[in-house]
Design a protein around this ligand. Structure first.
Ligand code: PLP
Length: 447
């Protein structure tokens, strides 16, 4: 049972990520004790259906013994190996080769980080180094999407396009810029084509305003995740890729959420056959069983850095735990699970998930539903006809998540009243039935 002492200690000592410090102290922590498949058991002894795979990461579900065995075996054999000073380890090298074979041909080299935030940081540092090395030192500005999320580091938080990550943190910096999110439901455009054309024009105008010689790269998620699961119209990413090429700026795809089967392909860029210059990944890479992320880059960037004027010097970017062998062993096992049938299963159940989401549209509170693969959202509105939003200050989605908790269901509540779903790829039709029954009970209780 959850002891008052533990709750009290949490509130006194533990700072939770992206939380309101005082609200959290008032509400208290919900302590999770164990996981099994798609279920979590909390310290209250109750079992909860996890429709968010932890933090959109536990794609293989909880309790995968073969992943645990891989971690134990690696810990027993070699729990740590540095990548510094010319050392390396077998699982990290094999994982790098595996990732190159799984991703678009444009990506040929991998740097391993500890998660998504520092994969983005590493990307920014390598891009900076690259442009200095090839004699284009003015190309330093980065453009990204409003609502986009690219981690919360000192620099990355400014590339993130969510106000909560800027307020009081003195970002974005003058070299970080944002353009509109391709969010059809909340846009002024009636057709996907018009939205795509406007998005391309906005990117072109922004590059012209900054000067193409000053712009390094465009960063985006193939589906905006933490900004409210915004699925861009089909064709948007292709149009953006072509625009970046035409304007001579690098394209970084942030597949931290969308990678590893989440959208119905191993990587979301496969839906439109995109060849990015850089890609970041984390979460589903290890399915949350161990911390790890990666940034992948093209030959052009790698060679630009390797053969630049400072080629006799070290490239000064690294971390003690880069390419950690235990995380790499975990990732290799997790990838085998995707390839041995889990990705195919996720593709098979996607139409069922989609149909269940679409059925939610008959509820008076639901204005929009959207998904790509097993990444989905339900958007709540105060008025369906006008799409009027509830006042975000009411924090309705948080209230709804609290009600869902009473119904033993976990999903993610976004600030502007969007409910996010990212179930484990192992969800069955019966699990989806349970999810949507509990969601219906939850929504009915709000009315
Ligand atoms: N990029 C995207 C698209 C993300 O969704 C996240 C985390 O949610 C990050 C980067 C940061 O990853 P991490 O939390 O592992 O540092």
């Amino acid at each position: 049972m959850q002891t008052p002492a533990l709750t009290e200690l949490d509130s006194r000592y533990l700072i939770h990520p992206v939380s309101n410090f005082r609200d959290h102290q008032k509400k208290g922590v919900k302590i999770l004790e164990s996981g099994d498949g798609v279920w979590l058991t909390a310290a209250d002894g109750e079992r909860y259906l996890d429709a968010f795979a932890g933090l959109w990461c536990v794609n293989v579900g909880y309790g995968q013994q073969r992943v645990v065995d891989a971690a134990v075996k690696q810990m027993q054999t070699l729990p740590y190996a540095t990548g510094y000073f010319g050392f390396g380890s077998e699982p990290a090298i094999k994982l790098a080769e595996k990732l190159v074979s799984m991703t678009p041909d444009s990506l040929q080299h991998v740097y391993f980080s500890l998660g998504g935030t520092d994969a983005i940081d590493a990307a920014i540092r390598y891009i900076t180094h690259y442009y200095n090395a090839i004699g284009k030192p003015t190309k330093k500005h980065i453009i990204s999407l409003k609502r986009g999320y690219h981690g919360s580091s000192g620099v990355g938080a400014g590339i993130t396009g969510l106000p909560a990550f800027h307020t009081n943190f003195d970002v974005p910096t003058p070299s970080q810029h944002h353009i509109s999110c391709p969010y059809l439901y909340r846009s002024e455009f009636d057709t996907p084509e018009a939205l795509i054309a406007a998005s391309v024009k906005e990117l072109e105008d922004k590059v012209a305003e900054i000067g193409a010689d000053n712009v390094a790269a465009f960063f985006c998620e193939p589906v905006v995740g933490s900004g409210g699961v915004v699925v861009p119209p089909k064709g948007w990413l292709k149009a953006i890729e072509q625009t970046c090429k035409r304007l001579g700026i690098l394209l970084l795809l942030d597949e931290v959420i969308t990678g590893f089967g989440r959208t119905g392909k191993m990587f979301a860029c496969e839906h439109e056959d995109i060849q990015p210059d850089l890609m970041t990944m984390a979460k589903g890479l290890t399915s949350g069983y161990a911390p790890m992320g990666a940034v992948m880059m093209s030959d052009e960037i790698f060679n630009g850095i390797a053969d630049g004027p400072n080629k006799a010097a070290v490239v000064g970017h690294g971390q003690t735990y880069s390419a950690h062998p235990v995380s790499a062993a975990v990732a290799l096992e997790v990838i085998s699970i995707y390839e041995e049938g889990l990705l195919a299963h996720a593709q098979n159940v996607e139409p069922y998930f989609k149909a269940k989401l679409e059925a939610c549209l008959s509820h008076p509170l639901v204005g929009d539903v959207r998904n790509l693969g097993l990444l989905g959202a339900v958007e709540l509105v105060a008025d369906k006809a006008t799409k009027r939003q509830f006042n975000p200050a009411l924090k309705l989605s948080e209230t709804i998540a609290d009600i869902a908790w009473k119904h033993k269901l976990i999903f993610r509540a976004f600030g502007d009243n969007i409910l996010g779903f990212a179930p484990a790829l192992s969800f069955t039709e019966a699990d989806f039935d349970t999810l949507f029954e509990r969601l219906q009970l939850t929504l009915d209780e709000v009315l």
